[in-house]
Design a protein around this ligand. Structure first.
Ligand code: HAM
Length: 435
């Protein structure tokens, strides 16, 4: 008896994205490319693995990501501490400093790719997930905060997503946060009996993070805590008000959420999130804000910056829920059928010639590597979605010809000389696409 070989599965929380979802991903990617061009963004690709120190310093030691979610390991060859990137901003800032990208002025950059966070997997929350993100580096004004938000709104509109709302807040500047922090500390210390274990710990390290707590038992306490907005000085307030006015002038509605602090420590002034109620608990499809302190914190010459990132899986889910995914395109224009060893070579040459002219061709091949029956080849041709089958059998070959069979428009079948193949197929495809 044959012993059963154990199958190896994908790692929990890390998903295969299967062909059935290809149309949705490709439609989103195409829309994102158009969006980046429309706003003058250039592409950047950074490595998936970086020094652990980059994320510790960039995102902040006392954050959920750095404290418990990073895939960190030691390089066995040289002992270097490495981490699979949990987000893109820290690396884009590193690359900007390392390659002096903003020496001659500000830059708008975009990126996409897999990110890794060791969270408890559930719907919309994965351990490997994809982000699309933008970073506008070297711009200080509220106009850029507004522009990057408008970019998000345009994306949801272009994708036909429904029910996406915008929440916005200002985290002010370091001294304003320090004054708020002192008031918050005093408040939570006074009420320390009501803090859960996690929050007790954060009281000593980062009391602002207590406001992030999802523990229902603490919501009343959090609701009544001192608000950062009440500690903002006139400049920060003016920045925040200008962003809001610019959004309003562009008919983008936002709700001010004074409790919105975001889960990463690099932000100042404007922060925002795009949220939907259609995806269950993981309803934040994108988030970001201004992070003026980060470039200097990472060793660069001080320069302001802001950006956002979205979770691609969550947006795809919402595209499905909003019925906004276009039908998947046929995999090919022409399906080539052939019968008998002598025809194989002519069929391959014909297929290559068609491809050279930009026509998408699937060449029939049987799973066994031996010729399939004509009937089963035609079944495959039909299922491929191709507009035409090109059939080369011994009879056709004897006449240096092929049969072109219309698979969609009921246009029948005709013999065409192989030396006229290209022009005849192109004419037929043009005629069938204008039907
Ligand atoms: P973030 O809020 O941590 O921000 O992540 C951005 C988006 O990535 C989230 O809104 C969510 O849609 C998606 N996301 C996060 N974690 C997961 C997960 N485990 N599974 C699926 N999707 C997830 C950042 O990463 C910042 N770098 C954004 C930014 C750019 N700020 C300024 N520039």
């Amino acid at each position: 008896m044959m012993s059963k070989v154990e199958k190896i599965s994908a790692i929990r929380g890390m998903n295969d994205i299967l062909p059935a979802d290809a149309a949705a991903w490709e439609h989103l990617e195409k829309t994102l490319h158009g969006l980046t061009r429309a706003y003058g963004y250039e592409s950047i690709r950074t490595p998936i693995v970086e020094s652990t120190a980059l994320f510790k310093r960039g995102i902040g030691e006392v954050t959920d990501i750095v404290e418990k979610e990073m895939y960190s390991f030691e390089d066995r060859l040289n002992g270097e501490p490495l981490t699979l990137r949990p987000e893109g901003t820290a690396a884009v800032v590193r690359a900007t400093i390392e390659h002096n990208l903003i020496y001659d002025g500000p830059k708008r950059l975009w990126y996409t790719g897999p990110m890794f966070r060791h969270e408890r997997p559930q719907r919309g929350r994965y351990r490997q997930f994809y982000q699309f993100g933008i970073e506008a580096l070297g711009f200080a004004g509220p106009d850029i905060d507004a522009e990057i938000i408008l970019m998000g709104q345009r994306l949801w509109d272009e994708l036909g997503l429904q029910g996406v709302r915008l929440e916005i807040n200002s985290l002010g500047q370091a001294d304003e946060r320090a004054a708020h922090r002192a008031a918050l500390l005093a408040y939570f210390e006074k009420n320390s009996g009501q803090l859960d274990e996690d929050s007790q710990r954060r009281l000593a390290t980062n009391p602002l993070r207590i406001l992030d707590s999802k523990n229902p038992a603490m919501q009343n306490l959090i609701e009544a805590a001192p608000r950062l907005l009440d500690f903002l000085g006139s400049e920060s307030l003016r920045h925040f008000e200008t962003v809001q006015a610019l959004l309003k002038a562009n008919n983008v509605h936002c709700k001010i959420n004074p409790r919105l602090v975001r889960g990463l420590d690099y932000y100042n002034l404007t922060v925002f999130e795009w949220i939907t109620d259609s995806l269950g608990a993981q309803g934040t499809i994108a988030g970001g804000g201004r992070y003026d302190p980060l470039i200097e914190r990472m060793g660069g010459k001080p320069a302001p910056a802001c950006g956002w990132a979205m979770g691609i899986e969550r947006v795809i889910e919402l595209m499905k829920a909003s019925n906004s995914i276009p039908e998947s395109e046929a995999v090919c224009d022409i399906y080539v059928c052939h019968q008998g060893a002598d025809t194989l070579s002519s069929a391959l040459i014909a297929a290559e010639n068609l491809r050279s002219a930009g026509i998408d061709v699937v060449m029939h091949a049987s799973p066994e590597g031996t010729p399939s029956s004509f009937k089963s080849q035609m079944k495959k041709a039909d299922a491929s979605g191709a507009a035409f089958a090109l059939i080369i059998g011994p009879d056709e070959l004897a006449q240096e010809s092929a049969q072109l069979k219309d698979l969609r428009g009921g246009g029948g079948q005709r013999m065409i000389p192989l030396n006229d193949l290209l022009s005849t197929v192109i004419d037929a495809l043009v005629a069938s696409s204008s039907d």
